[in-house]
Design a protein around this ligand. Structure first.
Ligand code: G16
Length: 544
């Protein structure tokens, strides 16, 4: 039997498409109720083989729904250098997922033709999954797809999403980026962290202890692995480690960011430096309570500012001239953008939600820092910048101060997972910076004050009726909605609001900021009502 006939035979026998719901490859791959995903996973396995053959390189498939509730699941493809797949492959994925079983060979053949794929090339696909109960069988469906098209799969079992990105990149760079294994990941990161802390830690107000909410997800066992290797310079107290609570339920980075409160399962006292991972450990936010027990959130914007400021200082201090820029989305707090552009004098670009957009834009800079406000982000260094930094760190003619900065910069690059946002790696980076600065979490918070803000979700019949432009800051449809938002915003001091359809949940998201928390809440509520009315809201109207 030829490969395409086998692909359809296995689909019909083991992974038939039993319903006709349309599934779209969105912000973070396919994501929906786990029970609707078996045939989608099988087809992603098929597509991964084509991708591996077209690139003649190893491709990754991560099974996770990250911040979504436990009953959801999802899958993302990882391209050869640990990056996201280009747009064309997202379209292929959507076509393949939504065709009938019998339609599979035709879709596969059209991809083979367009991409000029040689089907005799060896194809290897690396797979990993998060801790959701459904991930085990869904991973098997992906593997069945890979096998049906004659590919080889290597199943890494449980990994965080960024670990798989890292391993795929290491594999395809022939070890240049690191050793392609979980062990290699911990080794590279912990060695760089320890060397930075051995030479540079300036205790000041810094205390080497973090209280970490692991969202009851895959980050828990993985950060436990890391914790043992870095305990000389950082003690991690891990809660929500999956031993009792439910994944992402009243805990995790998304909950903490949106609810603006501490997660359950962590007894927070003033001054404790706390952090939350999300379900697959690609996002992190920090938080603390002040002496009046007021909650303070250190989200992706605060992390980006901390990181960009530190890197700017190291670049200058080492005598290098590299252009450094920061990439944000519309969710970035207005105060952060103002601080970065006006005080730090770092250029800022704004792109639509989704790491692929941020990563792509960050490549315009020699040192590109990108973070979504929700805590998803990293730093990427151009090839030229990496070479210059490594060369500089070995230059014997530098002053001691320049040498120190150059050596630090080289080690900082090794702490950072440049392939994608990574909660573990970002945590180490933040800890390095805080300790080098001798800062407490409150010192960090004092860099600038966030404008009060609120995010809410509105359920509508069909979220695709909401369309946006200008990096999601303006609505183009339904008619009249943008005018209504403008009218509402004009009534609030420092008011700003936008709405966009989520790519991972069946909702429209509303963001609002204003001069006081009460006003931000009110603006979000009013804009939410406008969405409900103009975009076909379902269920109860948003409550004040
Ligand atoms: C994913 C994406 C992020 C995005 C988030 C929410 O995160 O990787 O870039 O910000 O979804 O997206 P949306 O607002 O479109 O639902 P994760 O951590 O869930 O993979």
């Amino acid at each position: 039997m030829d490969l395409l006939s086998r692909a359809v035979a296995v689909a019909v026998e083991k992974h038939p498409r039993l319903q006709d719901k349309i599934c779209t490859y969105g912000t973070a791959g396919f994501r929906t109720k786990a029970e609707d995903l078996d045939h989608v996973m099988y087809r992603v396995g098929l597509l991964a083989v084509l991708a591996a053959r077209s690139r003649q390189a190893t491709i990754g498939v991560m099974i996770t729904a990250s911040h979504n509730p436990e009953e959801d699941n999802g899958v993302k493809l990882i391209d050869q250098f640990g990056d996201m797949m280009p747009q064309a492959w997202e379209v292929y994925a959507t076509q393949l997922a939504n065709t009938t079983d019998k339609g599979i060979p035709a879709v596969l053949q059209s991809i083979v033709d367009v991409e000029k794929i040689d089907m005799s090339v060896k194809a290897v696909v690396f797979i990993a999954r998060d801790t959701r109960p459904s991930s085990v069988s869904l991973s098997q469906a992906v593997q069945d797809g890979i096998q049906a098209l004659g590919g080889d799969s290597k199943d890494f079992g449980l990994l965080t999403t960024p670990q798989l990105h890292y391993i795929v990149c290491c594999e395809n760079t022939k070890g240049d980026y690191g050793v392609p294994s979980e062990e290699g990941y911990y080794d590279k990161m912990s060695k760089a962290f320890l060397s930075l802390q051995n030479e540079g830690a300036n205790q000041g107000n810094y205390t080497p202890q973090v209280y970490l909410d692991a969202a009851n997800g895959v980050g828990a066992p993985k950060v436990t692995e890391l914790a043992g290797r870095i305990s000389k310079h950082l003690q991690l107290q891990i809660v929500n480690d999956g031993s009792q609570g439910k994944l992402n339920y009243r805990c995790g980075a998304d909950y903490v960011k949106i609810q603006q409160c501490a997660p359950e399962g962590l007894k927070v006292e003033p001054g404790m430096r706390c952090a939350s991972f999300d379900g697959d450990a690609d996002r992190i936010v920090y938080f603390f309570l002040d002496d009046q027990r007021r909650f303070h959130l250190m989200d992706g914007d605060k992390i980006a500012t901390l990181v960009a400021g530190y890197l700017q200082e190291l670049v200058r201090g080492s005598g290098l001239s590299l252009n450094l820029g920061l990439v944000q989305t519309a969710y970035a707090n207005g105060s952060s953008t103002k601080f970065i552009t006006q005080t730090m004098k770092v250029p800022v670009a704004c792109v639509p939600t989704g790491v692929k957009h941020l990563h792509h834009k960050a490549q315009d800079f020699e040192v590109g820092v990108y973070f979504e406000a929700n805590g998803h982000g990293t730093v990427i260094f151009s090839k030229g910048a990496q070479d210059k930094i490594r060369q500089q760190s070995k230059d014997q003619s530098l002053s001691p101060e320049q040498k120190k900065c150059a050596v630090r910069l080289a080690s900082v690059m090794d702490v950072i997972n440049q392939t994608v946002g990574d909660a573990m790696s970002d945590m180490l980076l933040v800890e390095v910076i805080l300790s080098h600065r001798g800062w407490s979490v409150a010192d960090w918070d004092a860099m600038y004050t966030d404008l009060p803000n609120r995010q809410i979700k509105i359920k509508v019949q069909d979220r695709t009726v909401v369309q946006t432009t200008d990096a999601e800051r303006k609505v183009t449809s339904p008619a009249g909605l943008q005018e209504e938002i403008d009218r509402l915003v004009s009534g609030f001091t420092n008011g700003r609001s936008f709405v966009r359809p989520s790519g991972t949940e069946d909702v429209v998201r509303v963001y609002a900021e204003a001069d006081t928390q009460g006003n931000a809440d009110q603006l979000a509520h009013r804009v939410g009502l406008a969405v409900y009315e103009k975009a076909g809201g379902v269920g109860d109207k948003p409550a004040a």
